[in-house]
Design a protein. Sequence first.
Length: 317
Amino acid sequence: VEPDAEWAAEIRRLAAERDAVILAHNYEIPAIQDIAHHVGDSLALSRVAAAAEQSTIVFCGVHFMAETAKILSPDKTVLIPDEAAGCSLADSITAEQLAEWKSEHPDSVVVSYVNTTAAVKALTDICCTSSNAVDVVASIDPDREVLFLPDQFLGAHVRRKTGRDNVLVWAGECHVHAAINGDQLTAKAGAHPGAELFVHPECGCATSALHLATEGAVPADQVKILSTGGMVDAARASGAREVLVATEVGMIHQLRKAAPEIDFLPVNDQASCPYMKMITPAALLRALVEGADEVHVDPVTAEAARGSVERMIAIGN
Ligand code: 13P
Ligand code: SF4
């Protein structure tokens, strides 16, 4: 299936027929981003999903995102074009592992990244995304111990920003972002003096980015640790000629649209999320024709998880 004008017209016609809104994450392929009614980061898309007037949400993203939309809107139909679109980070902790960790720290507050299963969210006090993780932890009584999961690099960023050493961090990672390492970033920054650095906090190189700033190799105000939505806002505000981008490569499409005059260069051009790329033009067409794959979350789990997700969408930006 070619994502041509005929395909686009058919997608929009079928979406209208189903009373469906199409959401796409910033890591989807350009054709999927361009056909969606809304493109954004995890937090922005959760908020759009929660407020949607349509009876059906078609989530062009990965499974935990569609599941989060279903938790927020249990009466809506939530479709994902390919239910096999998982997430290595969400797979890095199970509900059983979290239950055991909690039993070792019974008085702690559990903060889970939105990249988790519904079963993990059901054992969580507050969810967060990369754009509000620091605000979420800062909203918790400083005397309470926090269990932060599952991403170790985002956890390290939160500890740095809040200055709290009572935030315990799970050792999980996203295989795509972990592979964007400090050596690659240092080499690219050396080859492009003057470039700004946009770094997603899930990256293995997030700490190295801050070291470059501390050592003066890159001026501190040119190093920005941002969610994918934060990168789009920063691109609009940036007067830079070149920006080095440390995140999944799908991000470059929205950045170029936001600031066509800037040269955006991926720090690692192999950093492509295989799960996000399962949402092909053919898969989206099939989803709208067949009404599949439908996302179901067991009502008891959804009920237990809802509070933590609602707290997430209420905090920060
Ligand atoms: P954000 O879009 O919220 O920054 O998250 C990135 C991500 O890895 C989603 O899978
Ligand atoms: Fe998960 Fe990483 Fe893919 Fe994001 S980029 S969906 S965290 S595997």
